[in-house]
Design a protein around this ligand. Sequence first.
Ligand code: CTP
Length: 424
Amino acid sequence: MKDYFDKLPQELQDLIKLASDIAGRSGMPAYLVGGFVRDLILGVRNLDLDIVVEGDAIKFASDFASCLKAKFITHRRFGTATVFINHGLKIDFATARKETYPYPASLPQVTFGSLRDDLVRRDFTINAMAASLNQGEFGKIIDLFNGREDLRNKLIRVLHDLSFIDDPTRLLRAVRFEQRYDFKIEPRTLKYLKEASRLKMLHKVHPQRVRDELILILQESSPLKPVKRLCALCGLSFIDTEMSFTKKTNAFLKAVQAQIAWFGKTHISRRKLDAWVMYFMALIEQLNISRVRRLCRQFVFRKGEEKRFLDYKKIKRSLVLQLSRSHIKPSRLFWLLEPLSYEVILLLRAKYKDKALHRNIADFLRMYNGMRIDTTGEHLRQFGLTPGPLYQRILRRVLNAKLNGLVRTKEEELSLVKRILKIK
Ligand code: CTP
């Protein structure tokens, strides 16, 4: 690993050296494993370090965190802990484990084991390598399944023929890694994958595990490629039996991608988009609202995600027609779009090609979104008004006036309030 290791940013090298010191001091052998080792060899940046410890990983992580005065959380039941370093860097520590699957697509039964046990239970050869952190062999790559050769030959290969049956979420993972690195799923693995797909194994996994892997696909930097490949290999009926991938789906996904790129370029200071939410909506476009509701229950999406899915589904034709007018008052535009999230607004822009709609949405995002007034309830109280529903109506009139360019400054707002209240 020496060469790979030397190329890492200094901060990562220091962290890895610290883990190595703790391994030496504590007598608990430790290894970098999984995706980090894969990306280390590929020279791809990866800030998620996974360390497997042959011993008490929680004790190990606690020593590690206290050397750095870093925050860490533990999952005692699983023998794992995560240490959070600055700048999004995190390190997961796990006691080496052995897994057995009591029945296909089940959650595995876990017992503690050796590094070998821990590598044997993994998905693909390229993800089943370890780099030793132990003195005397620091940096040695432990490669029991020729992962390095598969990396060289750009191949995704399972470790055994029942891999997809044991854990069908690996179908999604195979496609994700294949498309991310421009690899190929090697022929036998592809045969097993197709068999598992034919047996509808993805329908048998717990929906939340499918959801997590699906989200990971949609969070890839170019999700269209893995989505298309997934549809070709497995279809989409594991999400909902009414779903299929059509030319329309493809065009919608592309339009979504273009909108995400547009928003990224033109609205840099806004919050980061949940791009996957938009891709997911494009994917389930054919489903009606009751099926989307059912899907939300089944996949247990977060409240905020569910809200965006349903807001989009509830959009009425009349809203689209109003947005398509070439002249629309800014205050009207504001009240149509302000309640919606960026993801939903951009989905509208992706779905409808109307020029006026595109311009109106761009105007809203550029000029009106988040507009506030300086007038407050306190001002109204000072004008002698008793708090009540009237407050909201007056504040809304002032905001509308500001949106429509009729008032600009705080003074102009307050004189408008006086005019409304007929105060001299
Ligand atoms: N893993 C597995 N089977 C799964 C999920 C994970 O064998 N169903 C193993 C793989 O060895 C994988 C490691 O756990 O490398 C970590 O999983 P994860 O963090 O999901 O993937 P990474 O390989 O780190 O990929 P990414 O770069 O996308 O985070």
